[in-house]
Design a binder for this molecule. Structure first.
Ligand SMILES: Cc1ncc(COP(=O)(O)O)c(C=O)c1O
Length: 371
């Protein structure tokens, strides 16, 4: 059996180890927020936003941001059907209803035309996800949000390194959220970030993030509202600080891996890879290959071919409306979301992927195509 090729693995160097060790030894007492503050400052500078709050996960950051916007029972939140459940779960926890719309066939991101068609008087937010690092059509979505007075939120969990007309993914919406789960381009093990340019929203989320204790509150242990406990730890943030020092290198490596896939596979008309339209740069978090319908190749065949070669076979996200928790929202009308996931597969792309390993992945794809 050939050695296993995983689809993602973090890149942890001596720098991360030394910062985490330092935080574990000294990062207590009055120093217990030092790495957290540094991590937030570094992330703000990278993204070009005014405010950032490090969190225990992207899901938690989304939950607090949605709560701060006042989303609750009776409200609707529009999002793409092709998604990880983390985008929908906070909406459900707040008692609101996720409204799933179809994706575009080339970018696999939310279809702006269908967003507009789904708007009702109950729509309180639109969450856009930069799927696998591909970019949503932000100009159209932001203009629509403005026209209808509906906030557009960027779930940029997968969007590190992606840029839309020189603006970084996550920096354009009313707020943006990021994930530093171990599979992501930068990691803290588990972790996330809430970012915004809106001072009031920042203050509200800051209060919510501290169990409802306002920054300005001088009384000890005095929450003004019921909040959340979605804080990152100083030790996790120390790892994050080291990753931020390496962020350009980490993004460049992701893009290099994607370029190699594109050079080897981009010429075959039977498949398509993550698009990179002019004016955009993709962070290439998850290189993905979609087989043309006419090839007749299925997700199950792809899974088998990859597993036979001892390569992780990560399937394309199922439409959320097809999953058991959302059976009441089941719809057959999101045809693109249902179709693409039936003939696509994610490709391995971790930092230390060797040339030989990437050649093995490319060979599997070519072999399926009969080349
Ligand atoms: C689009 C999207 N949103 C949210 C999340 C959740 O991130 P976390 O695990 O940090 O909560 C993920 C994680 O994979 C994701 O891909």
């Amino acid at each position: 059996m050939k050695p296993r090729i995983h689809y993602t693995k973090p890149s942890i160097t001596e720098l991360e180890v030394s910062y985490a060790t330092e935080a574990a030894i000294n990062g207590w007492g009055e120093k217990c927020y030092e790495y957290i503050n540094r991590f937030e400052e570094a992330f703000k500078a990278h993204l070009g936003v005014k405010y950032a709050i490090a969190t225990s996960s992207c899901t938690g950051a989304l939950h607090m941001g949605l709560a701060a916007l006042g989303i609750g029972p009776g409200d609707e939140v529009i999002m793409a059907d092709t998604n990880w459940i983390a985008t929908a779960a906070p909406v459900v926890h707040l008692g609101a209803k996720p409204v799933f719309v179809d994706i575009l066939p080339d970018s696999w991101c939310i279809d702006p035309e269908l967003v507009e068609a789904a708007i009702t008087p109950r729509t309180k937010a639109i969450i856009v996800v930069h799927m696998y690092g591909n970019l949503c059509e932000m100009d159209r979505l932001m203009e629509m949000g403005q026209r209808y007075g509906i906030p557009v939120i960027e779930d940029a969990a997968e969007g590190i390194g992606s840029q839309y007309h020189s603006k970084r993914a996550g920096s354009m919406g009313i707020f943006g959220t990021f994930s530093f789960h171990g599979t992501k381009t930068i990691t803290t093990g588990e972790g996330g970030m809430f970012v915004t340019n809106d001072a009031d929203l920042y203050e509200t989320v800051l209060t919510l993030s501290n169990h409802g204790r306002a920054h300005s509150q001088t009384k000890q242990f005095w929450p003004d509202v019921v909040g959340f406990k979605y804080k990152i730890s100083n030790i996790q943030a120390a790892i994050g600080c080291a990753q931020m020092e390496r962020i350009d290198e980490l993004i460049t490596r992701k893009r290099d891996i994607f370029r190699t896939y594109r050079e080897a596979l981009g010429g075959f008309k039977e498949i398509s890879l993550n698009p990179e339209p002019s004016g955009t740069v993709i962070g290439a978090w998850m290189p993905t290959v979609v087989f043309a319908r006419k090839t007749g190749i299925t997700r199950e065949q792809l899974q088998k071919a990859f597993l036979d070669e001892n390569i992780d076979a990560r399937v394309f996200f199922w439409p959320l409306s097809s999953l058991p928790p959302f059976s009441e929202f089941h719809t057959d009308s999101n045809v693109v979301a249902h179709d693409i996931c039936s003939r696509a597969i994610n490709l391995p792309s971790y930092n230390d992927l060797t040339e030989n390993e990437q050649s093995r992945v490319i060979a599997v794809v070519k072999n399926i195509l009969g080349y």
